[in-house]
Write a protein that binds this ligand. Structure first.
Ligand code: ADP
Ligand code: MG
Length: 322
């Protein structure tokens, strides 16, 4: 079982930033409204995430680090309905198998507990603090997978990747207050008041927020909302194109390309737009089960969506109706 988890770990949690992403998504899935992330040494020393979500019942504690045991999926039908970010029950099992993990949690309907796990084995289960929510600490990541450890030690960009993960999740969830501290200094902070424009300002600064034009288009199948930034401010890569579907941050080449095409004649060939779009649609039409990290999605009726986005971006930039 531990070997299996370690193999899965290579897929789901290949580096510290992917651990952070999984843990933050768990906090969101638990309906947290406040998520604080403390990182030391780019996550190689420690990753700690404190949320005020619904917590875990003590009865469920032995299952938390078990593979698939705790998946939120109840049956096959649900697979197409998932609005939650996690649904494979794989992340904590993987993370727990390649680190020293401590989780302290309290769910109102149960009693608080604290669980320690080392390299896939339960070390201790004791009583915890009566604070609703979850506090998870991951230390010595990859200590028992030497090849992986060697590989991640050479990563230079991990702190930047972690900032990126938190920024993207914060943009997809304006109603959640996020704070990220890297080695004691605050790098991301949002208020969680539901105002996307303020989140954009908090993360990218006032200039970009001021140049953001509201975007809103609704058809029978899709309701797209957010902001697109005036072409006067652009970037030399596609990393500033934010797309989420039903508040789940995703990557989809066609959607990014549709946004870029909408800006077509307004940006030089080597420049890319800054955009923040959420697409609300029937979850049955989205297949998020393509890759373990759940970033890539397949969408039914995607052609129609691409055309809609491109035309809507053009119309919004022109200031004319579609
Ligand atoms: P999943 O795919 O279900 O998210 P994970 O391995 O990420 O699987 O988490 C396992 C389970 O542990 C979750 O289904 C959830 O029940 C519980 N859990 C993990 N983190 C939290 C959290 N921060 N708050 C509440 N429950 C959590
Ligand atoms: Mg999860």
């Amino acid at each position: 079982k531990i070997l299996q988890d370690k193999i899965a770990a290579g897929e789901v949690v290949e580096r510290p930033s992917s651990v952070v992403k999984e843990l933050v998504e768990n906090a969101i899935d638990a309906d947290a409204s406040d998520v604080t992330v403390y990182i030391e040494e780019s996550g190689m020393k420690s990753i700690r995430i404190i949320d005020d979500g619904h917590g875990i019942r003590k009865e469920d504690a032995p299952l938390v680090f078990e593979r698939h045991a705790t998946s939120k999926i109840e049956n096959d039908y649900d697979l197409f309905q998932v609005r939650q970010l996690g649904f494979r029950g794989e992340a904590l099992a993987s993370i727990g198998s390649v680190s020293h993990a401590t989780i302290e949690s309290f769910n109102r309907e149960s009693s608080p507990f604290k669980l320690t796990y080392h390299g896939g084995e339960q070390i201790e289960l004791t009583d915890g603090k009566e604070r609703v929510g979850t506090d998870i600490l991951i230390e010595n990541l990859f200590y028992n997978t030497p090849a992986r450890l060697k590989y991640v030690r050479h990563l230079k960009t991990e702190a930047g990747k972690i900032i990126d993960v938190i920024s993207r999740v914060a943009i997809a969830h304006p109603n959640v207050a996020f704070k990220l501290e890297l080695d004691g200094s605050t790098r991301v902070q949002t208020k969680g008041n539901g105002n996307l424009k303020e989140v954009i300002a908090d993360i990218y600064g006032l200039n970009i927020a001021k140049a953001a034009i509201p975007f809103e288009h609704e058809t029978q199948d899709f309701n797209i909302t957010g902001f697109i930034v005036k072409p006067e401010i652009s970037r030399s890569n596609k990393n500033y194109i934010h797309v989420s579907i039903n508040q789940r941050h995703i990557k989809n080449f066609g959607i990014s390309q549709a946004i870029i095409n909408g800006y077509h004649s307004l940006l030089p060939k080597d420049k890319y737009p800054i955009a923040f779009l959420n697409i609300d649609m029937d979850p049955k039409l989205v297949d998020v089960n393509v890759h373990p990290t759940k970033l890539e999605v397949r969408i039914s009726k995607d052609r129609a969506l691409f055309v809609l986005i491109e035309e809507a971006v053009k119309a919004t930039l022109r200031g004319t109706p579609l």
